[in-house]
Design a protein around this ligand. Sequence first.
Ligand code: 8YV
Length: 325
Amino acid sequence: MSTPRFLVTQEIPEPGPSILREAGEVDVRHGMSAAELEGAVTSGDYDVVLAQVSDRFDAPLLARARIRGIANYAVGYNNVDVPAAAEHGIAVGNTPDVLDDATANIAMLLFLGAARRAHEASEYLRGGHFTGLRPDLLVGQDVTGATLGIAGMGRIGKAVARRALGFGMRVLFTQRPPHDREVTREELGDLADHVTQLPWDELVRESDYLSLHVPLTESTTHLVDADVLHRMKSTAVLVNTARGPVVDEKALVRALRDGEIFAAGLDVFENEPAVEPELLELPNAFLLPHVGSAEAGTRAGMARMAAENAVAMARGEQPPYPVQP
Ligand code: 8YV
């Protein structure tokens, strides 16, 4: 067998590079345009691409691709047309489980930051406006005793539920909005006695905090649109650590501006890395640049899994972490 050749589209942390170098030749080509990625993938120069979620592999590209596999450095894989990849014998892998806690942690940070006006408070202080305590200074929303609605009770949704229970919140969820299916007690495991499943419409109405943990698919694109935002409580906080297009960003800007909801905490954006300019101006939007999994140990774990996937794919073996659509 010839030496495997890996294309890495962004530098990843150890042990990723060591695992790849031990198995073959590694080419790190940071910042490739879509045309450059297409050229590389169709050139026959590489066996496997270790990819980011910003690298798009659609059906026309996959039809012309001369690679054995795509090892996504992410749990999400909406950047790959998985059925088209399967049709052309291209394996696809991801990095599940390892980033659940980190992503749940960032969801909590967004909740608290948006509810307690952390961004505004920090700006206020740094702007030299803090001249003394005031009872009306930067009053936010209550967290303890409030109701959290979780859209998507998968691994990350469950990790958020456990944290929210620790904060004394009531936890409701819809498993697979907008069209739910009933979840068994076995599936809920340790959470079975502590969380309640509701239809999506009711979840929207009941939630003081609505946190999104669904994959991006056709049915979840603009799951949170103008109509949903309108039906949320005016005191509600929306949190998105999933994928930007799950929320209609323009409608969200209007809802935040017009006080239809209290605040939003967002780690992902509809047209990443671009962000609706108006969103950047709104004090009640607490925004982070897609750092959900950015904890050192988590990223090392993701790097190991993606590299192990890539090596197995290059050898024509079943990857240890194949995507499970
Ligand atoms: C990013 C993510 O991939 O895992 C996912 O689906 O969205 C993130 O973890 C990460 O920021 C690496 O670039």
